[in-house]
Design a protein around this ligand. Structure first.
Ligand SMILES: [Zn+2]
Length: 435
């Protein structure tokens, strides 16, 4: 063998050694978050991922190549309840030292792939979002029948976004989901109310999308549930936020420039009005009107919520706070954001983790929403016929007597007034719910 041949062999060995040393990255674990609108797959990486991807047809597949990466996770163990993905598997990579992941798909979907920087409790991640083609939801409402008051309940955070994390390891996203679930169930038990959850499970919904969902369902109120956190453990208590006038105005300005928003606001009228200036003017007028209404309503509901929460928790702020928050930006839907406590306060974090306490918070918010809408029912709703009934307790009266008189169960009266026992006192004012 000539001297040159030896050199080549050494050269190859060195290259081989370098290529395995290049595989500095690793897939540490994989998570899947299916939601009604999409399936998100998250790869936890050792370092910032370098990647490329492409689609294949017949059968439908989506391929992601992780450059210089070793696979340390068994994909067979991945819990898959997605209705878009049949299977996730490894395949032979094109380049040595890289890792190829193949998604076998159930239908044609165009995924979005992006890297996420580390945020506690997660490190570097690569996210693959498989979006479903959503059929436009059309909601028609009878003109002559009275409708329910529609409440959108938004559990903060979800999926890859845990929100704040308590010292006890409790995630804000779980607390908010549990309170939201309970609140939705309580409202749905009441005649004249119809509540729905903006996110129904452990997945993330984009902040703009949250208000879009509420708008599509024609919500009368949007309630976002959160738990606060601070850098020191002392702050505690609940607070309620409403959209600030300044933010509402700047959102309106943006909407006026978006023609597709006009048709949402003006309905068929936008198609008829051919003159753009007139259309802008009408959209502006409508938005100003609905902004006035939604800001006033937001403040009034927020006040009621604080009144009720006072019975369960201490208040961090006794008055509603105005803020420019991403989820609170609809000038057209009355919206509030309830911070139910501080995850950074050890005592509150412990409370917030308990089911019993979560239910008490949900109970208080439910009561205040009902109180507000029974007092000020939107036109055309069933509630305009169900007046707020109150009863001042006199000597000799009992819960069972009142239940008989108003033809409603003892349980419902207790529930509506947050009563823990059957004891009444003279002069006590009770809200009497409708059966
Ligand atoms: Zn939050």
């Amino acid at each position: 063998m000539s001297g040159r041949g030896w050199l080549t062999i050494i050269g190859l060995l060195t290259l081989n050694f370098i290529s395995s040393a290049w595989a500095a990255n690793a897939i540490k674990s994989v998570r899947m978050w299916p939601s009604p609108e999409r399936t998100r797959v998250v790869f936890d990486m050792k370092e910032t991922p370098k990647f490329s991807y492409f689609s294949l047809k017949n059968p439908e597949r989506f391929v992601v190549d992780f450059k210089s990466t070793v696979d340390k996770t068994a994909l067979e163990k991945l819990k898959n309840s997605s209705d878009l993905i049949k299977r996730v598997r490894y395949s032979k990579p094109k380049y040595k030292g890289s890792t190829r992941v193949v998604f076998d798909l159930k239908e044609v979907v165009q995924p979005i792939v992006f890297a996420l920087a580390p945020t506690a409790p997660y490190g570097d991640r690569l996210v693959v979002d498989f979006m479903k083609e959503a059929p436009e939801e059309v909601i028609t409402r009878g003109m002559d029948t009275e409708r329910n008051v529609i409440i959108a309940i938004d559990a903060g955070h979800g999926g890859e976004d845990p929100g704040s994390i308590g010292h006890n390891g409790v995630y804000e996203k779980r607390v908010t989901l549990s309170v939201a679930k309970r609140l939705t169930a309580l409202l749905n038990q009441q005649k004249g109310f119809e509540a729905f959850m903006v996110r129904t499970g452990d997945y993330y919904v984009n902040l703009n999308r949250r208000t879009d969902i509420a708008r599509k369902r024609k919500a009368d109120l949007f309630v976002s549930i959160h738990a606060d956190a601070f850098t020191s453990p002392q702050p505690r208590g609940a607070a309620v936020w409403v959209l600030s006038l300044r933010r509402a105005n700047s959102e309106i300005g943006k909407w006026i420039e978006q023609r597709e928003k006009h048709s949402e606001l003006l309905g068929g009228a936008a198609e008829v009005i051919k003159d753009t200036q007139n259309e802008k003017y009408l959209a502006r007028t409508l938005l100003d009107m609905s902004m006035d209404h939604s800001i006033t309503t937001s403040y009034e509901v927020a006040d009621e919520v604080l009144k009720s929460l006072k019975g369960v928790t201490r208040l961090h702020n006794r008055k509603p706070q105005a803020a420019s928050l991403a989820v609170l930006k609809s000038p057209d839907i009355p919206s509030i954001l309830v911070e139910i406590g501080f995850m950074s306060n050890p005592r509150e974090a412990k409370n917030l983790a308990s089911r019993k306490y979560q239910y008490r918070l949900a109970g208080a918010i439910n009561q205040s929403i009902q109180r507000y809408f029974i007092k000020s029912p939107p036109a055309g709703t069933l509630l305009t016929k169900l007046k707020l009934r109150q009863h001042k307790v006199r000597s000799g009266e009992s819960l069972s007597k009142l239940a008989q008189r108003y033809n409603v169960s003892v349980g419902k009266i207790k529930h509506a007034n947050n009563l823990k026992s059957d004891l009444l006192y003279i002069g006590q004012v009770l809200d009497i719910p409708h059966s």
